[in-house]
Ligand binder design. Structure first.
Ligand code: ADP
Ligand code: TMP
Ligand code: MG
Length: 184
């Protein structure tokens, strides 16, 4: 038996974590054994939880290096869930391959691009080997349309890795991002 890889991607606020946690629930309802991971760098909502922007939370294992995930995998695990994959090192692709060949289903959620519009390498690699890709959109915070594909940084700094929420980033569609760039 082999597993499958599902990758959920898109900008901030597009519902990636919500969708990831809804898959956790589906496996739990089916009495399947699940385990959730997050990168230790993401300390937004507390140390050992994954949370959506609406405050829905589940317990998670904090991981600093991808390879550590394998130390938590026992024989009876049916599905592995990993949030914020953009913050993991590039070894994650090999860890995920190892899990799906063991017969475990893997669900990953993460940003496709940074606010600089640069693809996150770890997410891009996972997208390349995924069985299923779920590309989400957010509501554009300028025009209100459900077509935002960009996370726009509203603070004045150039840190590409910068944990935060609405105080630092808003979701924008391409049309509204273009208007902001033209007026700069
Ligand atoms: P992600 O992990 O993709 O950042 P979450 O699943 O944590 O997203 O949160 C999605 C929730 O964020 C939505 O259900 C909604 O309640 C809230 N939200 C806040 N701002 C927006 C926005 N601009 N577009 C869509 N949802 C938003
Ligand atoms: P989210 O996709 O669940 O909203 O979380 C994205 C996290 O990534 C959040 O902590 C902000 C951070 N982030 C960066 O570090 N750099 C970026 O360029 C963007 C867009 C987000
Ligand atoms: Mg999230």
């Amino acid at each position: 038996m082999v597993g499958k890889l599902t990758v959920i991607t898109g900008p901030m606020y597009s519902g990636k974590t919500t969708e990831l946690l809804s898959f956790v629930e589906i496996y739990n309802i089916g009495k399947k054994k699940t385990i959730v991971f997050k990168p230790s760098i993401d300390n937004r909502y507390g140390e050992d939880i994954v949370s959506t922007h609406t405050g829905f939370k589940v317990k998670a294992h904090k991981i600093s290096k991808s390879i550590e995930i394998l130390n938590h995998i026992s024989n009876n695990i049916d599905a592995v869930f990993i949030d914020e994959v953009q913050f993991f090192d590039e070894e994650l692709i090999n860890v995920v391959r190892n899990l799906i060949f063991k017969g475990i289903d893997v669900y990953c959620a993460g940003l496709d691009i940074s606010y600089l519009e640069k693809p996150f390498k770890t997410t891009a690699n996972l997208l390349a080997i995924a069985d299923e890709v779920i590309k989400k959109k957010a509501v554009c915070e300028k025009c209100g349309e459900h077509r935002a594909t960009y996370s726009f940084k509203i603070t004045q700094d150039d840190k590409e890795i910068d944990i935060g929420g609405k105080e630092k980033y808003i979701a924008l569609c391409r049309e509204c991002l273009k208007k902001i760039k033209v007026n700069k």
